[in-house]
Each structure stands twice: as C-alpha cells, then as structure tokens.
Design a binder for this molecule. Structure first.
Ligand code: PEP
Length: 253
C-alpha cells in the first residue's frame, strides 16, 4: 500500500483506560501472532501508563512498539496524577498520543495545550501522534475542513517534521460508534491535511504520516487503508483483542 513520504504505514492501538496485568496476555498473543508475518507497516500499542514497563519487557524481541496515551507539557513538577513525556520514554514508550478528542472534549484541552504536549514529546524523544477531528455538529454545518485546518495550525509545533511527528484524523462522531465516514469523505480530509502540512505547518511536515481513526475494524481496514493519503490507522476498541488487531495490521500485508 503506498505511503506518502516513503515512511512505512503505522497501525496503532489505543487501549484507553482498559487493562490490568491480565490484559498483557493479549499483548503476548499479538507478539506471537506477528511472528512469521512479513510486516509492511509498523505496529504500535498504547496501553495504560501503568502497564508500559511490563509491556516493554514483554515486547522486547517483537516488532511491537509502545506509546503513551497522554503526557504533561512539563518534564517534572507539582502536577499530581500527571505523567511526563520523559517518564513515558523511561518506561519504554517511543510514541505518545496527544489531543485525542476524549481529552480535548472531556478535559477541555485547547490546541495550545496539545501543542505544548507535542513539544514535550519532542523534547523527550517521543513521536507525538497529534489527533484532530470534527464533531458531528461541525460536519453537519460544513465546517470539517476549517476545523481540522485550525486544529492542525495551532496544535503542531514548529519544529515538527515527517520523522518526528504523526497526525491522526479522527472524526469525533466515528470514535467508538461503529460509524465511519465514506471513503470520499476520508479522502477529502486527508488530502486537505496533506496540502495544509505542505503549505502552512512548518517545513518538513509534508511527508508526515496521516492516520485515520474512528471505528476501524478488520472488516473495513482494507478499504479504509487504501484511501489516498491514509497512511495507517489509530484503533480503539478493535485493538483490545489481538485477534481483531492483527486483522487490521494484515490490511498492509
Ligand atoms: C480512538 O479512540 O482513537 C478510536 C479510533 O476508537 P475506535 O476505534 O473504538 O472508534
């Protein structure tokens, strides 16, 4: 499957607030399932921060990369309950999701805060996956391209490039709902994001991976991953079971 910029596609799983040590059995199973699979994409799992260190030990000799789901902009300080990008890195992460709509909406995270978190990721040597996406109301009002452009401009740090930053387009109304935009709707936004990255957002971002996220499953993965400028997936629900997740990874085999 062609990927703009020459980088390999990425299939990323976001476990959200699901998982205790017992859930590591799914990660072990995924590692076993990946053995002998000729991968043409990278594979990432973002478990809860509490599982990162154990997950890191477990995936040491597998192609599975690990990421956090959120980080604080500061490296250290009096921020009870928060996790710094440096701490995620120390626990075995190479990536971190920032600006997921569940945080933008549920915790009132602004574009500026998301940019601060992405900068923190860069400082710590992590690749931020910066999420953008419109609500159903915004789509109904024809505001999708404007909203995603604004989020992109304000959330992506200036020092970003295709090697250190990933964008994920996740329509809020498609997350966890079983609804997906049509391929034409996804293609329109991804094409728009690609041209925005080339024209407006720093230099070097034109080759960044643009993931699609929102109810990706094994049954629709091949169709969704074939859309122009879709360079991989950010997967919630279907990343929790290795048997489902591998079905999405195999869209790239
Ligand atoms: C997500 O939360 O990023 C997501 C895409 O969830 P789901 O795949 O469950 O829609």
């Amino acid at each position: 499957m062609p990927v703009t910029g020459g980088s390999r596609a990425l299939v990323a799983g976001n476990w959200k607030m699901h998982g205790t040590t017992a859930s590591l059995a799914e990660l072990r199973l995924l590692a076993t399932m990946l053995k002998g699979v000729k991968l043409s994409c990278d594979v990432l799992i973002c478990p809860p921060a509490s599982l990162l260190m154990a997950a890191s030990r477990l995936t040491r000799s597998s192609p599975i990369r690990l990421g956090g789901q959120n980080c604080h902009p500061e490296p250290t300080g009096p921020y009870t309950g928060e996790v710094a990008a440096e701490m995620l890195k120390d626990a075995g992460a190479s990536f971190v999701i920032v600006g997921h709509s569940e945080r933008r909406i549920g915790y009132a995270e602004s574009d500026e805060l998301v940019r601060g978190k992405a900068q923190a990721a860069h400082r710590a040597g992590l690749v931020p996956i910066i999420c953008i996406g419109e609500t159903l109301e915004q789509r109904k009002h024809g505001e999708t391209l404007q909203i995603t452009a604004e989020q992109l401009k304000a959330s992506v740090p200036e020092d970003s490039n295709g090697a250190n930053t990933i964008i994920a387009y996740e329509p809020v109304w498609a997350i966890g709902t079983g609804l997906t935009p049509t391929p034409a709707q996804i293609g329109e936004v991804h094409g728009h994001v690609r041209s925005m990255l080339a024209k407006h957002v720093g230099s070097g971002m034109e080759s960044a991976l643009i993931l699609y996220g929102g109810s990706v499953k094994p049954a629709n993965a091949v169709e969704l991953m074939a859309i122009a400028n879709v360079n991989g997936a950010l997967v919630g629900g279907a990343s929790l079971r290795a048997a489902d997740f591998i079905g999405i990874v195999k869209a790239y085999s």
